[in-house]
Design a protein around this ligand. Structure first.
Ligand code: SF4
Length: 506
């Protein structure tokens, strides 16, 4: 499990305006740790919780034991959910020295609520996805003697937490929540039950956050939402394409990415933005979920295989350099061998730049759990997953082979995961590892691709790399790309990483 301990506390100490206030603050000297599972939205929520705890005077634990531990959970897969309870047992099982407070936050908290105490009696508080702003008050109440607090209500101000109340992971790129929740109710998905219905921030507030990030030295922003291309400004109706224009106009923001769009809501206007170039990077994570029209119908995805392929074709006509990654589920209810083959051939036709692949697991409250039997045996699901990953691995190797000799602009994120080199991302979001001074972290460099593996590229700088000081990011060691979610234990299995060719850091 990857643990994210946030960076040093924000410059301001004491209560942050906007959080419930009151003196004295009993948590002033406590050390905290937030452990994060799941998607970028969860990683970003942990940044908000870190600031909320810092506002009480708590500080992040470094190597020493933490007195407040928050488990920010994911319930998209059953396995991820079970890990949370195992982790609570671990925390209380250490020779009787348990943390003073243990909290469960995130999607499992929202989904299970008070029932968590029954399953894990050592838990002190349960904090839902729409209640992050309540965290300081909950901690204060517990430290003052209250026991077992649950807060899973919807707090409107949770969506628009001011940028100064977010303790961002040091690095070169930052997340901005543009909307929360989802109205789609795909039959397999628990998100509408854990994140609620769609709610959007307005463009002006998002732009203010982007300006604040640019002023702090961040050059890349990732716009987050469960279904970003259904975004609408609640006041003036501007859509997602117009939002990318507004964020792209912020001086200092050189790269914009987003996750995740829904294929059925993809607009021509957004395609035009990709075609025009500019700060919108030529990569998109476009979840397909299956390559079979009949499975897509059972999933209630709102598009057929043909419509998905037509969308990909149109996008690539407009923006030939556009790299597409995706999510795929194998072994969904009633998936026949033939239907699975349709997913394999989708890989061949689209040639995704990367794939997050899952074995289907039934989730509570969903339509599938109520109406569709989870009837593909687990060994068969595993067999299909392995076959899918093997096919995708070959595709990625072939795509990467074609990139050798190209020069790409890389935003340098810090030391490569295996050390000894730098790692950065090209416009297409592929990881490139190359030699260079760590002081170049945060700068852009031109790199020629010289080698490849299935999951990353190897390169050499074509000119000297310029050291850059990350003005706004909290001081500390250069950012490791894994801090940004890549190494967060997503409830997914990425394409296999064995058998690399030239890259030492795949
Ligand atoms: S669009 Fe995405 S978040 Fe919404 S229900 Fe479907 S899979 Fe879940």
């Amino acid at each position: 499990m990857t643990v994210f301990a946030s960076g040093p506390p924000l410059p301001q100490s004491g209560p942050v305006t906007g959080y419930p206030a009151g003196a004295p603050i009993p948590g002033r000297s406590l050390r905290f740790r937030i452990e994060t599972w799941g998607c970028q939205m969860n990683v970003h929520d942990s940044e908000k919780m870190a600031a909320a705890l810092s506002s009480l005077g708590c500080r992040p634990a470094e190597t020493e034991p933490a007195e407040v531990v928050v488990l920010n959970t994911c319930s998209v897969r059953e396995k991820a959910q079970e890990k949370v309870f195992a982790r609570v047992e671990q925390l209380v099982g250490r020779g009787g020295e348990r943390p003073r407070l243990i909290g469960v936050a995130g999607c499992v908290a929202q989904q299970e609520g008070e029932a968590i105490f029954g399953r894990a009696p050592a838990v002190d508080f349960v904090l839902g996805t729409q209640s992050l702003v309540c965290l300081p008050d909950i901690v204060r109440r517990l430290l003052e003697g209250e026991t077992r607090v649950v807060e899973i209500g919807r707090h409107p101000d949770n969506l628009d937490i001011p940028p100064e109340q977010i303790d961002r992971i040091p690095g070169v790129k930052a997340y901005i929540t543009i909307m929360e929740g989802c109205d789609n109710f795909c039959s397999f998905c628990v998100v509408p039950f854990t994140r609620g219905r769609e709610r959007c921030r307005n463009v002006s507030s998002i732009v203010r956050e982007a300006e604040s990030l640019a002023a702090s030295g961040f050059q890349e922003v990732q716009l987050l939402g469960q279904n970003v291309n259904s975004y609408r400004d609640p006041e003036d109706g501007r859509d997602f394409a117009e939002l990318t224009d507004a964020v792209g106009a912020v001086p200092g923001i050189r790269r914009i990415r987003f996750t995740s769009p829904h294929p059925k809501d993809f607009s021509d206007a957004l395609m035009e933005r990709f075609a025009a170039g500019g700060p919108l990077m030529p990569h998109m994570h476009l979840p397909a979920q299956s390559g079979s029209t009949t499975v897509l119908e059972r999933m209630r995805r709102g598009y057929s295989r043909g419509e998905f392929l037509e969308l990909v074709g149109r996008a690539r006509d407009k923006a030939p350099e556009l790299a597409l990654s995706t999510d795929l589920i194998v072994g969904f209810c009633g998936e026949t061998r033939r239907e699975f083959e349709d997913t394999l051939t989708l890989l061949d036709e689209v040639r995704f730049s990367s794939v997050y692949s899952f074995k289907y697991s039934e989730r509570p409250h969903t339509l599938a759990s109520k109406r569709l039997p989870d009837d593909v045996p687990d060994p068969e699901k595993t067999h299909r997953l392995v076959a899918l990953q093997a096919r995708q691995r070959e595709i990625q190797l072939a795509l990467h082979r074609d990139l050798v000799g190209r020069e790409v602009e890389v935003l340098i994120e810090g030391p490569s995961r295996k050390g000894g080199q730098l790692a950065g991302r090209g416009p297409d979001n592929r990881i490139v590892n190359f030699d260079g001074p760590v002081e170049a972290t945060g700068s852009f460099g031109e790199v020629r691709i010289t080698g490849f593996g299935p999951n990353s590229l190897l390169g050499e700088p074509v000119s000297s790399l310029t050291p850059r000081r990350l003005s706004g990011s909290p001081a500390g060691p250069p950012a490791n790309p894994s801090d940004w979610g890549a190494a967060i234990p997503l409830p997914v299995v990425q394409a296999a990483i064995r058998g690399r060719e030239a890259s030492p850091s795949v």
